[in-house]
Design a protein around this ligand. Sequence first.
Ligand code: SF4
Length: 241
Amino acid sequence: MLKLCGKTLATFKPIIGEIVIEKVPFYKRHDKIFVTENINIDCLGYLAIISTVKPVKNIFMPYIIGNINKPKLAIFNKGDIVKLQDNGEIFFLWEIRSNQNALLITESCNCNCLMCPQPIQKHDQSLYNNASRVLDLLKNKEIDTFCIIGGEPTLLENNFINILSRCHDEHSSAQIDILTNGKKFADTTFTSKITNIHSCKDIFCVSLHSDIDSIHDKIVGCKDSYINTITGIYNLAKKKF
Ligand code: SF4
């Protein structure tokens, strides 16, 4: 995830908003983060400001993350969705010009793979909330692809189903890829719930590392994973995924 760091004088809870580079009408500013080189009256009404200048304390101004190097302002594009934290960090949750955006909904997992690129963490609900907020801000925009990832995204059960249905309902022509270890689909009740919201454009990318159970289980660091993943793949196939 692309990240930048600036400076802020304010204390605030994480803010998620859509980047604008040029002024927008006042009534449209409440969920926008304005990227600008100048802090002045034109900054009023936005959710927050990202700027090259030093942050100032002014009760009428939105939260400001300042001291960003001028060349780095070019990284921002209108329509990007970013999360700002009061330690000055700016995380890109959605890059409008990228076709490799992902909705990370949990870092929790029911495997412990040798090659896992991220340490497994206890589920943090703020990741799900961030993904949900990104979908709010993408409503009515044309999006071609979504990728739902974790950790293991299916562990969130109804919250996973909620994110998947929102992608379908709000972006009916988008292709949706789900990166999963497939174990959860060994549960036929859960798989049936997915069937109700399934679109033929969905792709379940299930990782299977060997056709020998002991080797697969050794790689994913978890006993009985092979049998659950294989059962999951068959259950998905039975439902014509
Ligand atoms: S299934 Fe994916 S997220 Fe889970 S441990 Fe393996 S590589 Fe990591």
